[in-house]
Design a protein around this ligand. Structure first.
Ligand code: DC
Length: 224
């Protein structure tokens, strides 16, 4: 391909962002960036230091002394927190709980958005999150918003967790996801919403390959 695009993928929890973004990046030979993992790494540090995730000043101060790095190892993305690979810990339920207040701290967002812009500057990236099309790269070559029904998203999260040996009833997951939707959509800072001009893909009835192919075709039509 002649042009290295910036592709942004935003959407609510369980919309298939990570799997889709990873595969799109693989097919195009682009770098995959999971920005949620960066916020999760910050939340993990807060817990490790015994800091209350709701204490905005303490979290902001901690952010100034934190280094989060993304490294590609074989074909996977690893997240390093102050030099230690913490990838395996980022999806623990306590981290998921702590990330909601932590990602609303101004200093945390400012620091991570700057870093995300540096990483994506030269294009050739697929970056997924909540505010990538609205805040980080509104001028990206291709902005995508993925969505799916709440029921379908809870079903996906259930099978994902089950594969990791964690059994949480789908009804409980549905409640948790609905709660996170509310928090992500109604927060003051960088709320989750479709960027102007972004392409909406509802993945409820789609197989992963279908949504990946759709985005890859769009990217190819833009890069010739
Ligand atoms: O996509 P995820 O579940 O790993 O994201 C974890 C949390 O981080 C989620 O509650 C929303 C937040 N987040 C954010 O505020 N901005 C982003 N660009 C990515 C994630």
């Amino acid at each position: 391909m002649s042009k290295n695009l910036i592709i942004t993928i935003d959407g609510p929890a369980g919309s298939g962002k990570s799997t889709t973004a990873k595969l799109v990046a693989q097919k195009l030979g682009y770098l995959y960036i999971d920005t949620g993992a960066m916020y999760r790494a910050m939340a993990l540090k807060t817990l490790q230091r015994g800091i209350d995730p709701q204490d905005k000043n303490a979290v902001a101060e901690l952010a100034n002394r934190t280094k989060i790095e993304l490294k590609r190892q074989d074909s996977t993305l690893r997240i390093y927190l102050d030099g230690t690979d913490v990838t395996a810990k980022l999806r623990l339920p306590e981290v998921t709980k702590a990330v909601t207040p932590v990602c609303q701290v101004n200093r945390v967002r400012q620091m991570l958005v700057e870093q995300q812009r540096r990483i994506g500057l030269n294009g050739g990236v697929v970056m997924e999150g909540r505010d990538i099309g609205t805040v980080v790269f509104p001028q990206a070559g291709l902005n995508i918003f993925l969505d799916a029904s709440l029921k379908e998203r809870a079903r996906r999260r259930h099978s994902e967790l089950k594969a990791q040996g964690v059994e949480i009833p789908p009804e409980q997951l549905k409640k948790e996801i609905a709660q996170r939707d509310r928090e992500d959509t109604n927060r003051d800072k960088a709320p989750l919403r479709k960027a102007e001009g972004a392409i909406l893909i509802d993945t409820t009835g789609l197989a992963i390959e279908q949504q990946v192919d759709k985005i890859v075709s769009l990217a190819k039509s833009l890069s010739v």
